[in-house]
Design a protein around this ligand. Structure first.
Ligand SMILES: O=C(O)c1ccc[n+]([C@@H]2O[C@H](COP(=O)([O-])O)[C@@H](O)[C@H]2O)c1
Ligand SMILES: Cc1cc2nc[nH]c2cc1C
Length: 403
């Protein structure tokens, strides 16, 4: 049931008359049920533990899987709709995923959708790894507050409530509304090829900040959360985190980000390789991985995903940064993956690799590489359509013969 990858499950299912299913094992929330839910994918990492306090992991698994009963009921209804078996393709997987997350089939429409963009700067942006200067990050935060970013346009179009938060921006943003800065952790993060991105305490603070943001979003009322990112240089730590999580080399994960030329791509690959070499075996531990290779905004993204999954609210992912965050979150709590779906396939190789490893199939592949949540928002109408089709299509068995 992770993402939309589970469409093979229905092969050969008979188009039986579909029933309405509400999984009542917990009011309003998905719970485990008689059908064992599919196992969350393994990232193949060890979690050896370490010296730090581990508030987000110590209590054991806190994430309840989406409802297997609602999932099975949605699959049964999809098979019974007035269409050839499987004719809705990945929309069937998407609709069944939403049903499982809501614990009800057919699921409610995705009316209340909220986007959070986590912004931060990165020490490596001084190393020539981006096509744009660091100053763009703060300027784009201001543009988002003013409503002029790509994400603002799509959020308005699709009726999505949106916020941008400065988690680690290296700019004076005191001219912006205080709420934008209320979750600030630090100004920029360390240059990962030469130093740690974060201290151990900052990792835990950023994880807690992300979880608190998710709690706020859930409390505001959300059928679906969308996570986005903003920050010059952030594709470098994201690539490093993916490489360290899945044990692959810098050349397999490093991409052109904002559009760097061949020389900068070679430099960026070297930066990722140097960061991985510097961090060494420490990266076996996800907390140490975030400290060595991450950033305040990326760690907050990890905390956000864990917080949403613990609250039983599904998340639509965006590009390389949010998928890298999920890769690390899955090492902390594997059950988080089942609450996430991939909005689109980014041009970044690290995102594609991580999606494959996590077993997620993106809804769209349209060459987007903007971040900000724009890939997820572009995919949102497709996800909403999937839900409406499951809710409103007639059943094959109910079709009346022509008069
Ligand atoms: O979402 C993606 O997959 C994506 C791919 C390339 C670039 N970006 C955005 O571009 C910025 C990072 O690119 P770079 O080259 O500065 O590392 C950051 O603001 C991201 O949101 C985003
Ligand atoms: C202008 C600009 C806008 C962005 N939005 C997200 N990443 C970005 C990077 C740049 C350079």
């Amino acid at each position: 049931m992770h993402g939309f990858a589970e469409n093979k499950r229905e092969a050969g299912a008979s188009p039986a008359r579909s029933r309405h299913c509400v999984d009542r094992s917990s009011p309003g929330r998905a719970r485990p049920s008689q059908t064992p839910p599919p196992r969350a994918p393994s990232t193949g990492r060890r979690n050896p533990g370490g010296p730090h306090e581990r508030p987000l992991r110590q209590a054991g698994p806190l994430i309840t899987p989406p409802s297997a009963a609602a999932y099975a009921s949605a699959r049964e209804r999809l098979a019974a709709l007035a269409k050839p078996t499987g004719a809705l393709g990945h929309l069937e997987d998407a609709a069944a995923w939403v049903a499982a997350c809501q614990g009800v089939s057919p699921p409610r429409p995705l009316d209340r959708v909220r986007l959070t963009v986590l912004a931060g700067d990165h020490g490596v942006s001084h190393a020539g790894v981006s096509a744009y200067p660091r100053e763009v990050t703060g300027a784009m935060v201001a543009a988002m507050v003013g409503g002029g970013s790509g994400a603002n346009v799509l959020a308005r179009q699709h009726g999505v409530t949106m916020q941008v938060l400065d988690v680690g921006v290296d700019a004076d943003l005191t001219g912006l509304p205080a709420e934008v800065r209320r979750h600030h952790v630090r100004r920029s993060s360390g240059a990962i090829d030469r130093e740690d991105a974060l201290s151990a305490a900052e990792v835990h603070r950023a994880l807690a900040v992300g979880a608190a943001i998710a709690s706020e979003e859930v409390a505001a009322g959300a059928d679906l959360l969308v996570l986005g990112d903003l920050g010059i240089g952030n594709t470098t730590p994201a690539a490093a985190l993916v490489a360290a999580t899945f044990g692959v080399g810098a050349d397999e994960v490093t991409g052109r980000g904002t559009g760097v030329d061949d020389a900068a791509l070679a430099r960026k690959t070297q930066v990722v390789a140097a960061a991985l070499a510097r961090a060494g075996d420490r990266t076996n531990d996800p907390y140490e991985r975030l400290a060595a290779l991450g950033s305040a905004d990326l760690a907050a993204g990890v905390g956000f995903l864990l917080g949403a999954a613990r609250a039983g609210v599904p998340v639509l992912l965006d590009g390389i940064v949010t998928v890298a965050e999920l890769a690390v979150a899955a090492d902390l709590e594997p059950g988080v993956v089942a609450w996430c779906a991939a909005g689109h396939r980014s041009t970044e190789p690290a995102q594609q690799l991580a999606l494959d490893k996590l077993g997620l199939v993106p809804l769209l592949d349209v060459g987007l590489r903007l971040g900000e949540g724009t890939g997820a928002l572009t995919a949102l109408p497709v996800l909403r359509s999937a839900v409406l089709l499951l809710r409103e299509m007639a059943l094959l068995a109910d079709l009346a013969p022509p008069a």
